[in-house]
Design a protein around this ligand. Structure first.
Ligand code: PHE
Length: 378
């Protein structure tokens, strides 16, 4: 049973305020149920342990100068989430396919950057913001529609870079990379890492840090030198700043050897009890590995079909039993009709599933795919 009134960042929110039968709202029950859980504030949860370890790095290296926020409401305005950090009007992240909208002006934040501008405006020059963030997405072992980020921002004044003989932007970029490499060493000791140039609307230059995990390069954070316009609007015309946003789950998976992102939500004590020390250094021991069961579904798509919509239907039916949804066949016939075949992997982290149970799930997925997505099953 889901509470009908939530308290989020000191504000009371009724269920009807978030879940409304209204075309400007695309928040499903399964997402509403995650609001207010604040896994990052549990000291004996891998995400809380990681948050505390990052705090410790900043407290030690910057003599407690960083102000910390970890209880800001995830319900924010479109302005805070996008406009204030200069996300262009036509950027894909604003679409209903990518973001959860409560109404046309209010979203579940899709990044902790949503709080940058306001905290800068309030005069903070060193801060960390941790919180749950929400994105409509595909299904696999490293993606989940709710995850946690930590944002870091540091503002410099002219005297910080003038003595160095470089310009403010190069100075901030150098300081940023040094800071984050130090953080990675603090957390991992040694791990294979690389910097990749990238683009964010709110930073220039922009970089991504990737870490090698399970045979793949995993993107763990984005960062860069803050766009001058953001500082200017917050009344800081002479300053330069850096910002980063890191995904806590991605880092925690590598750090604690957690093989699947769904485990963070598990209340199975065989998971939770492994983190009771509240300390780094734990390696997760899988309590057992149950086999996945694969089921395929094929249909003719229409123009409005998206994989994110399909994944939401699958989660609505199977919840955390859905491990992966993968496109395995895609063709267009002579009449121009396009067919997709998706393979769904069902697997519980906690028990073995019966054939009967999986068949029912698959049957319900087929029904709902048809009625909600208007596709034609084959
Ligand atoms: N907000 C970005 C994301 O969610 C991360 C980021 C934060 C990048 C701050 C640069 C600066 O992907």
């Amino acid at each position: 049973p889901v509470a009908s009134v939530l308290e989020l960042g000191g504000v009371k929110i009724a269920k009807d305020d978030v879940l409304r039968d209204d075309p400007t709202n695309n928040v499903p029950d399964t997402i509403f149920a995650k609001l207010g859980l604040q896994l990052h504030r549990r000291d004996q949860h891998p995400l809380g342990i990681l948050k505390n370890a990052i705090y410790e790095y900043f407290d030690t290296n910057y003599s407690n100068q960083f102000d910390k926020f970890d209880n800001l409401s995830p319900i924010v305005s479109v302005k805070e989430n996008f406009d204030d950090v200069l996300v262009p009007a036509d950027h894909v992240s604003r679409s209903y396919n990518d973001t959860y909208y409560i109404d046309s002006q209010t979203v579940l934040r899709c990044h902790t950057s949503a709080h940058q501008a306001e905290i800068l405006r309030r005069g903070h020059t060193h801060f960390l913001v941790t919180g749950d963030v929400y994105r409509r997405d595909s299904i696999d072992s490293t993606h989940y529609p709710v995850f946690h980020q930590m944002e870091g921002v540091r503002v410099f004044s002219p005297q910080d870079w003038e003595a160095s003989g470089t310009d403010g932007t190069s100075y901030a970029a150098g300081d940023l990379k040094k800071c984050l490499e130090g953080l990675a060493r603090h957390l991992f000791g040694s791990v294979e890492m690389r910097w990749v140039d990238t683009y964010f609307p709110f930073t220039d230059p922009s970089f991504e840090l990737e870490i090698f995990f399970q045979e793949k390069w995993l993107e763990v954070l984005g960062c860069g030198v803050t766009e001058q316009e953001i500082l200017r609007r917050s009344g800081k015309t002479d300053n330069v700043a850096w910002a980063f946003g890191l995904g806590l789950e991605r880092l925690a998976m590598v750090l604690f050897d957690i093989p699947d992102i769904r485990l963070f939500w598990s209340s199975d004590e065989r998971f939770t009890s492994q983190f009771s020390s509240g300390q780094l250094g734990v390696k997760f021991k899988p309590f057992s590995k149950y086999p996945p069961c694969y089921k395929d579904v094929s249909f003719w798509i229409n123009e409005s079909f998206t994989e994110n919509n399909l994944c939401e239907v699958v989660r609505e039916v199977a919840g955390d039993l859905a491990e992966e949804v993968q496109l395995i066949d895609n063709f267009t016939n002579k009449k121009g009709m396009t067919s997709h075949c998706y393979r769904i992997a069902y697997r519980s982290m906690e028990r073995s599933l019966t054939d009967d149970e999986i068949n029912k799930l698959q049957w319900n997925v087929r029904e709902l795919v048809q009625s909600k997505l208007n596709v034609v099953l084959r």
